[in-house]
Design a binder for this molecule. Structure first.
Ligand code: SF4
Length: 120
């Protein structure tokens, strides 16, 4: 089986073809550099994404504050992470860089504020 990907490791966006047999990567082609090879193999075996969203704020001057994951999250855990974040509330004041959820789902990744809210 062949799978086509676009490498997102740099702005060049090389089109990559991955040949897969029994769930294993047999070959990677189209990449211009080693990073593309690593990206393609990871994308097939353990795809991850950065999570960017917002979280509810109690007593804030805004109803929500933007947050992001401190590192990549497995793609198949994104929905569960969003459920945790959507059901959580942080109390103002919130500063940029504050950890609003520590070690979400035990993944070793924190959810961190990317903006501030001084509160009402
Ligand atoms: S393969 Fe290399 S050059 Fe091409 S997009 Fe990926 S990182 Fe950039």
């Amino acid at each position: 089986m062949k799978k086509s990907l676009i490498c997102v490791s740099c702005p060049l966006g090389c089109p990559i073809e991955v040949e897969i047999e029994n769930g294993e990567v047999i070959s990677v082609s189209g990449n211009t550099c080693k990073r593309g090879d690593a990206y393609a193999r990871a994308e097939i075996t353990n795809p991850v994404r950065s999570l960017t969203t917002s979280i509810k704020v109690e007593d804030g001057c805004h109803p929500v504050v933007p947050v992001k994951s401190s590192g990549p999250v497995p793609k198949d855990k994104m929905f569960e992470c969003m459920q945790v974040i959507n059901s959580a509330t942080v109390k103002a004041p919130v500063k940029i860089g504050d950890v609003v959820i520590k070690n979400i789902l035990g993944l070793g990744v924190d959810i961190v504020a990317t903006n501030c809210d001084c509160g009402k």
